[in-house]
Design a protein around this ligand. Structure first.
Ligand code: EPU
Length: 423
């Protein structure tokens, strides 16, 4: 019987040295989906991180009939979607990642139909996809629920329309931009999300021939075009991978230098780290992150970009466990993103029961090594941080979740002097 992969961390080592931030998963995924829009030419993406979600998304493309070459170490993906001849998304793959919903918009745009049975992803709340389907319907598509779950979306023609999100939805706006780009006339998306990954994705779309304005604001306008062609683009750096590494330096009282931290996307996060007593200094392409004194407690409220990112909440909760006093962490984006509380308690951290999406972290705790599971990507990150700070050895199971979002993590942590082994 195959044994499960485990990550063993011997805690208490102050990290020192240099590490590289990976390409952004959440920018790569919509770009992989966007490659489906190209009825001519290849789409070439550089700095594609070999995280599991990306590998699954590339496999989805292959199953739809695209030709895909990808070399994980080098990070370049060459996608020829001119050969795509299937609009039915494979359930066994789409069930593994939330972002599979992103394939529906481009398939609808280019082929006027798509069928999807299941979407998976992190269990951090209900995560409905009503904004996506409502938007497709506004463009003139018929959206039919299928027996056993999933949707069949089809249209004779797509007409530009006015669409909206009740709350700014990251993948929602990307999906609607893709569908609307091949609709006739102008579309408007109101209350759009403005995350930096959307901006990067829109840069690729513009290179493909799409006409999109207002990215970064709450109102995005799209002028439909006849067709789109493949293009070449280098994916931005991953702000969440950067955040995890920065906090790894901070939680161990380390002194590390990171390349690939796009600081303009992390302002509020950086301000919080500085309030806690973490020193940040830029030296050319490198960001030095160090902590010599104790950490101060912190208040965090997650919200839509440019607010504090929900994806960094589990990790900053872990960091605040060793701060000198009570930290208040409020989650407003997802209704069920506190799974890591249980994990952190296993390390000996003191956290009040979550109430009204608020958790109070009673620091400082002396964390002790233990065995836990990576519940989702970011809760997995929190477990890694706790393990790095804990006395003794920690073991993290369910590594698939961590691998969905971070590539070569133990290699990079070991490069910083951490004692981390995967067995
Ligand atoms: N929402 C709806 N209806 C919809 C869409 C969203 O009610 O049709 C709600 C959600 O339930 C949530 C809020 O709107 O309360 C925002 O969700 P959003 O749609 O922005 O999330 P997402 O697009 O599914 C992306 C990232 C997530 C990240 C969120 C928030 C990708 C592939 N995923 O998800 O990343 O947490 O935005 O920033 O871009 C991760 O990387 O670990 C991750 C979960």
């Amino acid at each position: 019987m195959p044994t499960e992969a485990l990550l063993h961390i011997e805690g208490g080592v102050r990290l020192r040295g240099q590490a590289l931030v990976q390409g952004a998963k959440n920018a790569t995924l919509p770009m992989i989906a966007a490659s489906l829009l190209a009825s001519e030419g290849q789409t070439i993406l550089h700095r594609v991180p070999p995280v599991k979600d990306v590998l699954v998304a590339l496999e989805v493309l292959r199953r739809l009939g695209a030709k895909v070459q990808y070399e994980p170490r080098e990070g370049t993906a060459v996608i020829d979607a001119t050969t795509v001849d299937n609009t039915r998304l494979p359930a066994e793959l789409t069930g593994r990642l939330r972002a599979s919903i992103l394939f529906v918009g481009p398939l609808l745009g280019r082929f006027r139909q798509a069928q999807i049975e299941e979407v998976g992803g992190c269990t951090i709340g209900q995560r409905p996809v009503d904004f996506h389907y409502r938007g497709f319907a506004r463009l003139g598509a018929s959206v039919e629920g299928m027996r056993g779950g999933g949707f069949h979306v089809s249209a004779q023609a797509l007409e530009g329309a006015s669409m909206y999100c009740d709350v700014p939805s990251h993948t929602g706006v990307e999906n609607l931009i893709m569908a609307a780009s091949l609709a006739r006339g102008e579309s408007i998306i109101e209350n759009a999300a403005s995350d930096p990954e959307i901006e990067d994705f829109a840069l690729l779309m513009a290179k493909m021939g799409a006409r999109v304005e207002g990215i970064g604001s709450r109102t995005v306008r799209i002028q439909g075009v006849e067709k789109l062609r493949g293009a070449e683009h280098t994916v931005m750096y991953d702000r969440l991978d950067a955040g995890l590494l920065m906090m790894a330096g901070a939680i161990t009282g380390g002194d590390i230098a990171l390349k690939g931290v796009q600081r303009q996307h992390l302002r509020i996060f950086e301000a919080k780290l500085q309030q806690m007593g973490v020193e940040l200094d830029e030296d050319g392409e490198w960001l030095r992150v160090r902590r010599s004194g104790p950490l101060s407690p912190i208040n965090v409220v997650t919200t839509f970009h440019p607010g504090f990112p929900t994806d960094l909440q589990p990790c900053i909760t872990a960091l605040s466990c060793i701060a000198q006093g009570d930290s208040y962490i409020r989650e407003t984006v997802f209704e069920d993103r506190f799974g890591h509380i249980k994990v952190l308690r296993a390390f000996g951290a003191k956290l009040s029961p979550e109430k009204d999406r608020l958790v109070i972290v009673h620091g400082p705790a002396q964390l002790k090594g233990c065995k836990v599971k990576a519940l989702d990507i970011r809760a997995g990150g929190a477990a890694v941080l706790a393990g790095l700070a804990a006395e003794g050895t920690s073991t993290i199971a369910n590594l698939y979740q961590l691998d969905r979002g971070h590539a070569f993590l133990e290699e990079r942590l070991c490069g910083l002097g951490a004692r981390v082994v995967r067995t």
